[in-house]
Structures are given as structure tokens and as C-alpha cells.
Design a protein around this ligand. Structure first.
Ligand SMILES: [Ca+2]
Ligand SMILES: [Ca+2]
Ligand SMILES: [Ca+2]
Length: 232
């Protein structure tokens, strides 16, 4: 009886966690405690709920060419969820293919992964942009947003993928003082690095919050400058 209860409970747990991760059969749930992804309401960089006013969200996990545009034009719509998105797609270059598990990879050419997003209701700034990425294989290159490096790019988790490669999760953060209403993420990478999951969260944040972030940055820069200029 006890073991039947255990089976039922673990089945229910799998069902529940399946609601959070689209491809729970394909590796770990990045949102599980201790893993690398956070929802904005639980993240230090966040403080908002997905779906609330003046925010945007888009996430890809099981990539399907048929989900956006033509079924062979190397573009995919977000499959996990969206909020406040007028138009968005993930794209890849010729030579890259979608694996049977819905991830992107090629052994032969430099992989040009791009995400382009236009919001429905426009932002007026200041903005926080968070990019959470899962990649399998070697250490990936840091991404760009509208040509700009992230203010921070941090590995948040490392483990092993279902294909027995390194599984790495990262967080990239950008802060914009003024409005931005077109977002182009460049995730170009060397061959053999598989793009497995990617989530974008954007929020227009109140001025005091932005001021606090900028002040923290200035204090950090100030202390680094002092440290560097102090005699050895
Ligand atoms: Ca996944
Ligand atoms: Ca995936
Ligand atoms: Ca397509």
C-alpha cells in the first residue's frame, strides 16, 4: 500500500513538474531548486511576475521549425510561453539542424543563433533584460543584445545532459536607462555547442529601483578604481 502511494505521489510530481518544463523527458527542469533558471518573481534580478504589466516574456525549449513562418526556413516560435510579444522568433543558419530532442546543433559550421523580439505594448525605460540559456557541450561565447555585451554573464548551473555532454546554464543581464523596443540577441557559437533552452524576461522598472542598481554599479566601480590605484 505504501509503495502504491509512493508511485502515485511520484507520478503526480512528474505531472506537476511537466507543467513547468516543456521537455521534462529531455533533461532536467532548469527551474527546479538548485538549477540555473529562475522565474523573475524569485530572482535577485527580478521582482516581478511573468505576465504582469510592463513586462515581456518568451521561452523556447522544444524547438520546431514548423512553429514559425515556413516549416523549413530555420525559424521557431517560443513553445514554453510568451507575454506581451507582438512578434518573436529564434533563428539559425544553414547547416544547423533541429535534433530529435528539439535542440539545435551542428558539427560543421559556426552556429548563428538569433532571437528577435518586438513587444505589443511599448516600453518607456528604464529596463532590465534577463536572458537565461541552457547549452550543451563546450563553454559557449557570451551573447550580445542589440550589439551590446551583457553587464553580467554568469554560469548558474553545470551538470550532465541526456547525451552525456556538459550541460551549462547561464544568466545574462542588461540594464537600459532609456526605452528599447526591439531586441535582437546574438547567440553565435562554435560548432558542437547545442542550444537547448532559452528564456527572455524584460521589465520596465521604477526609477528608484534603477537608481539603486546604478548606484551599486558606481560604488563597485569606485571601489575597484581605489583598489587598482592603491600602491602594490
Ligand atoms: Ca529543457
Ligand atoms: Ca530543449
Ligand atoms: Ca520556421
Amino acid at each position: 500500500m505504501l509503495s502504491l502511494c509512493r508511485i502515485i505521489i511520484s507520478f503526480l510530481l512528474v505531472c506537476l513538474s511537466g507543467q513547468v518544463a516543456a521537455d521534462i523527458s529531455n533533461g532536467l527542469n532548469p527551474y527546479d531548486p538548485g538549477n540555473g533558471f529562475d522565474t523573475p518573481n524569485e530572482a535577485g534580478w527580478g521582482g516581478w511576475m511573468r505576465g504582469s504589466a510592463n513586462t515581456l516574456y518568451a521561452e523556447w525549449d522544444t524547438i520546431s521549425d514548423a512553429s514559425y513562418g515556413a516549416d523549413n526556413d530555420r525559424t521557431a516560435a517560443p513553445d514554453v510561453g510568451t507575454h506581451n510579444v507582438a512578434d518573436t522568433y529564434l533563428s539559425w543558419n544553414p547547416g544547423v539542424f533541429v535534433t530529435s530532442t528539439g535542440n539545435l546543433i551542428t558539427p560543421s559550421v559556426v552556429q548563428e543563433f538569433f532571437i528577435r523580439i518586438s513587444p505589443v505594448s511599448l516600453f518607456s525605460g528604464p529596463l532590465v533584460v534577463a536572458l537565461q540559456v541552457e547549452m550543451w557541450g563546450d563553454e559557449p561565447a557570451a551573447p550580445l543584445l542589440n550589439g551590446l555585451a551583457a553587464s553580467s554573464w554568469t554560469r548558474t548551473f553545470t551538470g550532465t545532459s541526456v547525451t552525456d555532454h556538459d550541460l551549462n546554464q547561464y544568466l545574462g543581464l542588461w540594464h537600459f536607462v532609456n526605452a528599447v523596443n526591439y531586441f535582437e540577441f546574438d547567440l553565435t557559437n562554435q560548432p558542437f555547442i547545442s542550444l537547448a533552452q532559452v528564456a527572455v524576461d524584460i521589465a520596465q522598472i521604477p526609477e528608484p529601483h534603477m537608481l539603486a542598481i546604478m548606484l551599486t554599479g558606481l560604488i563597485l566601480i569606485g571601489s575597484m578604481t581605489r583598489y587598482r590605484s592603491s600602491p602594490a
